[in-house]
Design a protein around this ligand. Structure first.
Ligand SMILES: Nc1ncnc2c1ncn2[C@@H]1O[C@H](COP(=O)(O)OP(=O)(O)OP(=O)(O)O)[C@@H](O)[C@H]1O
Ligand SMILES: [Mg+2]
Length: 287
């Protein structure tokens, strides 16, 4: 069962003007309930535009978005409800923190949904726990937090709405490697515990390889691949032609395959070690 279904979706900016630009071009994608879908693509390939059509921030020029089988624009007046069901974390979301305290900031979304203060705070505390924000920070001003903590607070604000689908646009951008790893595991854990659907846009193939069940590759507004991470990265040379780079370890394995070694384009160093050790024991003879 698809939670989201994107049907023949096209989005054009500035239609009818000299600046007309088709950012998303006849895209068809079905997102399974509970899956973790990674979205990659060169800069300008239409990733951000596509995801903004999924919660009704942008209305498609043509085509439809079905949420649990229902066209999200069937009743335009109810589009606000869709934004609570499909939660969106923008790039650099910490720029949108503005309340006096972190707790109030995280409560902003749920209170917009009409929940009372007690319910909002319960949700906010649970969301803060999911993203690893300690309780003692909740009473502070968002401006007293570190960069990574601000990012977490902003993500918690969306999680606190308990959206059925969580969409994140480059959530690890600008974080140090440790911060990236931690945030990604927290997002993965959140998905596992809640059974929710997660869509994650990233420039980092390593991040995508680590978390995603399937990967959607966008190129010049078109959805050009949609498959498991393993199958997508095995097409490393095609990805390179679109200006994308496979994870470093996968690139090494692809080089070895091209040289005739009997290995596979695996995604992790552990798996690569598993394939390379037996070859080394044999003396590395080519087949
Ligand atoms: N508000 C806008 N007005 C006009 N054109 C836009 C607008 N936003 C994006 N575009 C154009 O639409 C195309 C797709 O942009 P989009 O931001 O969706 O790409 P992206 O894949 O998210 O890129 P990035 O990786 O840099 O975030 C680009 O050519 C971009 O210049
Ligand atoms: Mg973008």
């Amino acid at each position: 069962m698809f939670v989201l279904e994107i049907k023949d979706l096209t989005y054009t900016y500035g239609g009818g003007t000299p600046f007309e630009k088709t950012a998303v071009d006849h895209v068809n994608v079905g997102v399974e309930k509970g899956e973790f879908l990674g979205i990659i693509g060169h800069t300008g390939s239409g990733k951000s535009t596509l995801i903004q059509t999924l919660n009704g921030l942008l209305r498609p020029t043509s085509g439809t978005v079905l949420l649990n089988g229902k066209d999200i624009w069937a009743e335009p007046k109810k589009i606000r409800a869709v934004r609570f069901q499909v939660g969106m974390v923008f790039q650099y979301p910490e720029h949108q923190l503005f309340e006096e305290t972190v707790l109030k900031d995280i409560c902003f979304g749920p209170s917009n949904m009409g929940l009372d203060q007690k319910q909002c705070e319960e949700r906010a505390r649970r969301a803060a726990e999911f993203v690893g924000l300690p309780d003692e920070l909740l009473g502070k001003s968002p401006f007293e937090l570190s960069g990574g903590q601000k990012r977490r607070a902003a993500i918690a604000g969306v999680i606190a709405m308990e959206p059925e689908v969580l969409i994140l646009d480059e959530p690890t951008a600008g974080l140090d490697p440790q911060g990236r790893d931690m945030l990604l595991s927290q997002i993965s854990d959140y998905r596992t515990k809640k059974g929710n659907t997660v869509l994650l846009v990233s420039h980092s193939m390593e991040d995508i390889a680590r978390c995603a069940d399937r990967v959607l590759v966008m190129n010049e507004g078109k959805a050009v691949m949609l498959d498991t991470a393993g199958e997508v990265f095995a097409r490393g040379r095609e990805l390179e032609r679109m200006g994308l780079r496979v994870p470093q370890i996968t690139g090494i394995m692809l080089d070895l395959m091209e040289k005739g070694y009997p290995v596979h384009p695996v995604l992790t160093v552990d798996r690569a070690v598993g394939e390379l050790l037996p070859l080394l024991r044999k003396g590395g003879d080519r087949p």
